[in-house]
Design a protein around this ligand. Sequence first.
Ligand SMILES: [Zn+2]
Length: 243
Amino acid sequence: MLVAGIGLLLFCFVAFYASYSISSGVYVKAVCRIPAAGKSVALTFDDGVNPETTPWVLDILRKHGVKAAFFVIGEKVDACPGLVERIAREGHSIGNHSYFHRNTFPLRRTSKMVDEIKACDAAVYGAAGTVPRFFRPPFGVTNPMVGKAVRRTGKIVAGWSIRSLDTMGKPVEKTLARIEHRLRDGAIILLHDDRANAACLLEKLVECVHERGYKFVLLDELLGGEYPLGGGIAGFDAKTGRK
Ligand SMILES: [Zn+2]
C-alpha cells in the first residue's frame, strides 16, 4: 500500500514536471539554451504587444542596438498591427504565442490548437508580412496535444533557460539579480514587454549583461544551424517567412 502510494506520488510529480517545465522535453522538444553559442544570450519578450509599454521597450533596444524576439499574442497583434510592423522593421524576430493566450489552451483539441497557432501566424503576416518561425506555448505548458499541434504546424518551440519572474511584481533590482545569477553561455532570457517596469528592467539588464562580457544575439542567430527551420503555414516560405 505504501509502495503504491509513493509510486502514485512519484507519477504525479513526473507528470506535473513534464507539463509545466518546458525544458523537460517529454512532450515537446523545446530549445531552451545553446551552450555552444559561447558568450551570447538571447532576449525574448512574451505577451505583447502592448500599445503603452512595448514602444518603451523598443526604444531601449534601439538605443543600445540590441535585437530581441517578441512572442506576440494574435488578438493583440490585430489590435495594434502598426506596433508589430515596427518590431519587424527594427530587425527583431517575431514569435507565435497563440491567438488568445487563454489558460485553457493546453486543454483544447489538437485541431483547435492548430487553428489558433495559424490565426496568430495570419495576424502577424497581416501586420508585418512575415510568419513566425518559433512558437512558445502559453504559460510554457506542454502535453501530448500541444506536441501534436507543434508537429503539425512545423514550428520550432522556443523555451527559456532564465525565467525572470518579472510578472511577480518584485522590485527591478531583485529580478535583475535573479537573471544575473543564472547567466550562462547561450542563455535564453524570458521577459514580458507588457509590464509597466519592462523598460526600466531592460535598461539595467542590458548594462549588466554587457558588464559580464556577454553579447545579445537574436534567437535565430543563437540557434545557428542546430535546428531545422520551421514550416510556417501552407503557402509561405519557411526560410524567409514570406509568401
Ligand atoms: Zn505568455
